[in-house]
Design a protein around this ligand. Structure first.
Ligand code: C5P
Length: 245
């Protein structure tokens, strides 16, 4: 049976986040310009942030673009909280922190941002990276705790404590989103690994189409190469927005 939260979700829009995975700001800005007034968010990750800097983010915001700053912060609570404040000052709409940073770190970020409510971005938690399989996960968990834990259990454990520490949502794989929506209905879900029908999956092991991700309950999907490497990026975006509407 379809849950109340999912039913409500299906009457609202799933957002499209375009990943600006470029080594240079001018190339990223070229894609932004090509997409014109399309109603999307732009994801700035560490590669582009380290080359284009905060000025690139300021320029996007100046052009009234919506920004998701994906730096996956992880450090001592005070350092991450102060970094989160700087992200908020850039007027970004969403930002990421590693849930493995612990409850004190996440609470410090939530507390810091609660003092500037008018600028507060959504705090998104990264659980276990999708590049981790059960073997990698067991390697780290065993080294840290003496017990080998698989990806599914680690994700469930991290998300379950994080929801009480002030995160607004999480980044999760297409395969996890339906379960996350069921178990943690209050959390906003951002889902990468999205491929429109007929496009190559590249290095993404677990993919879904935009329509499938929407049906699974994703609040927002992240799409990079199918847009940035397309001959006509704006046509691809229009098609995806149609599928998500
Ligand atoms: O090109 P593609 O659509 O695969 O890009 C996906 C984007 O989402 C990249 O910026 C990638 O770093 C990011 N991402 C991901 N998997 C995660 C978290 C972020 O693919 N678990």
């Amino acid at each position: 049976m379809i849950g109340v939260q999912l039913k409500k979700h299906l009457t609202s829009k799933t957002e499209l986040i375009v990943a600006l995975d470029f080594p240079r700001a001018d190339r990223a800005m070229e894609l932004v310009k090509k997409l014109g007034l399309a109603s999307v968010l732009f994801k700035v990750g560490s590669e582009l942030f380290l080359s284009g800097g905060p000025d690139f983010v300021r320029e996007l915001v100046h052009q009234k673009k919506r920004v998701f700053l994906d730096l996956k912060l992880h450090d001592i609570p005070n350092t991450v909280a102060k970094a989160a404040r700087q992200a908020a000052m850039l007027h970004v709409e969403m930002m990421t922190v590693h849930l493995a940073g612990g409850s004190a770190m996440i609470r410090a970020v939530a507390d810091e941002l609660s003092s500037i409510p008018e600028l507060k971005p959504k705090i998104l938690g990264v659980s276990v990276l999708t590049s981790f399989d059960d073997v990698r996960c067991a390697e780290v968990t065993k080294a840290m705790t003496g017990h080998a834990i698989d990806v599914k259990t680690s994700v469930a454990g991290l998300v379950s404590y994080a929801q009480n520490c002030g995160v607004d949502g999480i980044v999760c794989s297409p395969l996890e989103v339906a379960q996350v929506r069921k178990d943690f209905p209050a959390l906003y879900t951002v889902v990468p690994g999205i491929r429109p029908e007929g496009t190559p999956s590249n290095d993404q092991a677990r993919v879904m189409t935009p329509k499938e991700a929407r049906s699974a309950g994703a609040h927002a999907v992240v799409v990079g190469r199918p847009i940035s490497e397309a001959k006509d990026p704006s046509a691809v975006v229009e098609k995806i927005l149609g599928d998500l509407a």
